[in-house]
Design a protein around this ligand. Structure first.
Ligand SMILES: [Mg+2]
Length: 325
């Protein structure tokens, strides 16, 4: 016998997020609370519909049905709901308190330059910058300036959010040959994986997959074409925890970058725990989303910095957060 409850949240971003798909003003999601045999656990459903996850409406429909019949399991395509329920049921409880390096997130466009200076001063050494927002000539000129500022102090990742054309992707790859870039992330949309793998073979710059990895079976599907990755793994979107960990155990050579999706503290904590359980991962995690919400909304907990450790949000803190919703 279980008791399942959930509450919605709606968090306006500090400033609307600029992505290759346009402006994004607020983050909506659900916190799930599961009580079973005296144990209480929490999970977060934080969909990214642009990535092909379920919608919140689909998640709520499933939760309504599950509240009536606790033998129901989420269908595989409800990846966020599956992850949230697994977390709430205790799937990540054994995570060690291992500190993880964190990448600093730079805003798109010209403001990236000032932001990079601030993050360098705070001790960050890996940075991620969104491209595909301004015209390519403008972004390449700015990128060259970012590399100058970074020289000897750190490395840059570029994320195009599937917003480039094939020609632009190749132009970026050629340009980046001369710079200490860690990888170019998802230049082209899902469906273009073979083209991206071929480009990565011709240039020295790795091409990382992100948007391509959403949905059941995607990690397995692209492990052949991208045997070393890099794969951006967003724990909120992985689906069943056990299946993910089994995939990871069979592919220890794939570079995995754990990344957040603008979750509350509960989703962040669960993402950190999944990363902490991965002993093969030494990459800086993408948790630069922590600064995206005003502190007054009180749904955050972890302090954004060059390092984060799983386990700081304990059961009592989860309960307090739940009460605030
Ligand atoms: Mg990305």
């Amino acid at each position: 016998m279980e008791r399942l409850a959930w509450k919605p949240y709606c968090r306006p971003f500090r400033t609307p997020l600029q992505t290759a798909h346009g402006d994004w003003p607020l983050r909506e999601g659900l916190i799930v609370r599961l009580e079973r045999e005296g144990r209480v656990g929490y999970g977060e459903i934080a969909p990214l519909e642009d990535f092909g996850t379920e919608t919140l409406v689909q998640a709520v429909e499933f939760l309504d049905a599950r509240a009536e019949d606790d033998s129901l399991e989420p269908p595989p395509e409800l990846v966020c709901t599956r992850f949230a329920l697994d977390c709430a049921a205790g799937a990540l409880e054994t995570a060690p308190a291992r500190p993880l390096h964190v990448a600093g997130l730079l805003p798109a466009g010209i403001t990236a330059y000032a932001a990079l200076q601030v993050l360098l001063d705070k001790g960050f050494t890996t940075f991620k910058w969104k491209i595909g927002v301004e015209p390519i000539e403008v972004e390449r000129a700015l990128c060259a300036e970012l590399f100058k500022l970074l020289h000897g102090h750190g490395i840059l990742r570029l994320d195009a959010n599937a917003g480039l054309s094939r020609e632009e992707t190749e132009a970026w790859m050629a340009f980046l040959e001369d710079y200490p870039v860690e990888y170019l992330e998802q230049p082209l949309p899902p469906g273009e994986e073979a083209f991206m793998a071929a480009l990565a073979g011709r240039y020295s710059v790795p091409v990382a997959l992100d948007e391509s990895l959403c949905g059941p079976g995607a990690l397995e599907r692209w492990s052949g074409l991208f045997p070393q990755g890099p794969f951006i793994v967003k724990p909120a979107l992985i689906g069943r925890v056990e299946d993910y960990r089994a995939w990871r155990a069979f592919h220890p050579g794939v570079r995995v970058i754990y990344s957040s999706v603008f979750e509350t503290a509960i989703g962040i904590e669960n993402a950190l725990r999944l990363a902490a359980l991965d002993e093969h991962c030494a990459e800086a995690a993408g948790f630069g989303t922590l600064e995206s919400f005003p502190h007054e909304d009180q749904l955050g907990w972890h302090t954004y910095g060059p390092s984060l450790t799983a386990g700081t949000l304990d059961a009592a803190a989860c309960e307090e957060l739940w009460k605030r919703l």
